[in-house]
Design a protein. Structure first.
Length: 320
């Protein structure tokens, strides 16, 4: 996939928000019902606890409202709503419910690329702005607890619920999106999947092997399109699936783990929400400054992958 074309209307992220259910499920809670232990889960996944509860619509409304408030925008100023999710509340029409509850008066649609969905949505939102939209609300939300078999020790400790949202606004100062990549490997579709109405199925060992490879390949393409290397990246925001996958990907990309945003220990794998949750955590901790290069990269069931290199705040020298 190409770098952002010269002359295209650019966009910057002007607000963000998150939402997590109140209910916390710890590894010790899972020990009561599964043949597992806190030590086993932490060592193999990096997860200590996860949040469970809420609906995709309710969590999306919470994170979306927070993002709009940070951006200082009222609902009528949003031109499009994009919802990245693999767990809509209804077979049809979850995004319009979110649109209604946020008081928006724009088009709304859902995008399903599994755990890569937020980055797919981010690039699509930039495309909408390049085609004339002024402001796009992008939300990544999943309620994976609804499609998790809580009696399966191989998947139950992994998945959780959450939401993250960003507002993108057009800018005359050059796009924040320097390079991006989409990828998919249908030959791996039987490694991580869920039938409609069913629960998550996963070949953990093979997913690990394929995930590191496809994430690194996608990230390298985005960096090449952007004309940067791992040394130039100030912050990598990876999909939060497994701490060992994050560690392996960072090592192969020559980005120190210290420059990665990691929240999996307290959120688990929230699919489409994991990258915006990790991005928000890095921003709130003051780890990203204006002009920094930020690499977003993820993989998901299917198997999909996506990555993007952003210059935070847009063109160097432009106001935030």
């Amino acid at each position: 996939m190409p770098a952002t074309r010269p002359g295209a209307t650019g966009a910057v992220i002007s607000g963000w928000g998150t939402a997590l259910p109140e209910k916390v499920v710890t590894n010790h809670d899972l020990e009561k019902t599964l043949d597992t232990s806190d030590e086993w889960i932490v060592a193999r996944t990096g997860i200590s606890e996860r949040r469970i509860g809420g609906s995709t619509a309710s969590l999306s409304v919470e994170s979306g409202r927070a993002a709009m408030e940070m951006a200082g925008l009222t609902p009528e100023r949003i031109d499009a709503l994009v919802v990245a999710t693999t767990t809509p509340d209804r077979q049809w029409g979850t995004a319009p419910i979110i649109q209604r509850d946020l008081g928006l008066s724009c088009g709304a649609f859902e995008l399903n690329a599994a755990c890569s969905g937020f980055v797919y949505g981010l690039v699509n939102a930039h495309g909408l702005i390049a085609m004339g939209a002024e402001r796009v609300l992008l939300i990544g939300t999943d309620t994976l607890s609804r499609i998790t078999d809580w009696n399966d020790r191989g998947t139950a400790p992994l998945f959780a619920d959450g939401s993250g949202a960003v507002v993108l606004e057009s800018t005359p100062h050059g796009s924040q999106l320097l390079g991006w990549d989409f990828d998919a490997d249908g030959s791996a579709s039987e490694l991580l999947w869920a039938e409609v109405g069913g629960t998550v199925n996963m070949d953990g060992k093979e997913v690990f092997r394929r995930a590191v490879r496809i994430m690194v390949d996608s990230a390298e393409k985005s960096m090449r399109h952007a004309g940067v290397t791992g040394d130039d990246i100030s912050m990598i925001v990876p999909h939060q699936a497994n701490i060992r996958i994050i560690q392996a990907a960072c090592e192969r990309l020559d980005v120190p783990l210290e420059r990665a945003s990691v929240v999996i220990d307290r959120t688990g794998n929230t699919s489409s929400a994991s990258i915006p949750l990790a991005l928000a955590a890095a921003l709130e901790d003051g780890r990203i400054d204006h002009g920094d290069l930020v690499l977003l990269v993820g993989f998901g069931g299917g198997m999909t992958a996506a990555s993007a290199v952003l210059r935070w705040g847009g063109e160097k020298g432009a106001s935030a």
